[in-house]
Design a protein around this ligand. Structure first.
Ligand code: SAM
Length: 289
């Protein structure tokens, strides 16, 4: 059950950040390919734009691409270690600022001031109370035609299976040799520290509670076969984005990563040949065999 305090200590202290988060892009063969093959097609309607706020940028895995898509960028993370790393990494970007927050609010942003709010691979680890708090803030900071693109947990849909996972986990603790086969069978270790209180449907209700409209949702699998994640887009009723919610269940998100990995191995891996100043950090996770 990830808490705000648990997130803060994990990302400030426990996690080593040796690869700046690029290690999480390994299933895609690297962040560069993940951005272009998976994120950009889902962001095309919204960028480039004026002001972008990224909630929870970590060490800037997506910031490096978002910076070129806006006039002003504000990155907000509850871990001061991440904010310090981003300030250093992007020190040459005059239109960017990075701020530490309390994990729930966006006091550094004025009312109606943000065109696009983005968060990927972070809010999956926060429970419903935190999502509700951020939605309340979005109701304040989104520009009249602003929109938010939020990757969050859908693990709450798997209530009964989570209880079965606890039982299987107890078995794996008693008989360690069973851990690997139980993991392969997706009987344990498939929750990936997602928030159990969040679902796609709950986000729709919480957005309505603060007078925002959820206008699109893609429920996706993550690492395994279960659809434990969701990407939701949220805007103001009556804005240019307003429409009845369009919801799809995509079981091919993991396959999309696997397909992107071959793009990465053959093509993305050639990108920085001959460049005198390789971008920081280097591409990682590309298996050329
Ligand atoms: C798994 S890392 C991902 C970072 C980045 N989005 C990426 O994809 O590389 C999770 C990040 O979320 C931040 N975080 C977790 N809970 C948060 C919250 N409630 N508010 C703001 N940041 C949070 C952590 O400090 C960390 O930087």
């Amino acid at each position: 059950m990830p808490s705000v305090e648990g997130n803060k200590s994990t990302w400030n202290q426990t996690y080593d950040w040796a690869s700046a988060g690029d290690e999480w892009s390994s299933p895609w063969g690297g962040a560069e390919t993940q951005w272009h093959a998976t994120l950009l097609p889902r962001l095309r309607p919204f960028i480039p734009t004026g002001t972008i706020c990224e909630i929870a940028p970590g060490y800037g895995r997506w910031t490096q691409y978002l910076l070129g898509q806006c006039d002003r960028y504000v990155g907000v993370d509850l871990a001061s270690r991440c904010v310090d790393a981003c300030r250093e990494r992007f020190s040459s970007s005059d239109h960017a600022s990075f701020e530490v927050n309390d994990g729930r609010s966006l006091p550094m942003l004025g009312a109606d001031s943000v065109d696009f709010v983005f968060s990927f691979d972070s809010l999956v680890h926060v429970e419903a109370d935190v999502i509700a708090a951020y939605l309340g803030e979005l109701a304040r900071v989104l520009a009249p035609d602003g929109i938010a693109w939020l990757h969050h947990s859908n693990l709450g849909q798997f209530d009964r299976e989570l209880r079965r996972m606890e039982q299987a986990e107890a078995v794996a603790r008693r008989v360690p040799v069973l851990r690997s086969p139980l993991t392969k069978l997706e009987l344990i270790e498939w929750g990936h520290w997602r928030a159990e209180s969040m679902t796609a449907a709950r986000l729709v209700d919480m957005a309505a509670d603060v007078k925002l409209a959820c206008v699109g949702q893609e429920i996706v699998n993550w690492r395994g076969s279960r659809l434990i994640d969701c990407i939701s887009v949220v805007a103001r009723p009556g804005s240019v984005w307003d429409r009845p919610n369009k919801l799809v269940r995509n079981r091919n998100f993991v396959n999309e990563g696997a397909s992107a990995r071959s793009i990465s191995a053959v093509f993305t891996s050639l990108m920085r040949r001959g460049s005198d100043s390789p971008a920081w950090p280097p591409l990682t996770g590309i298996d050329l065999t």
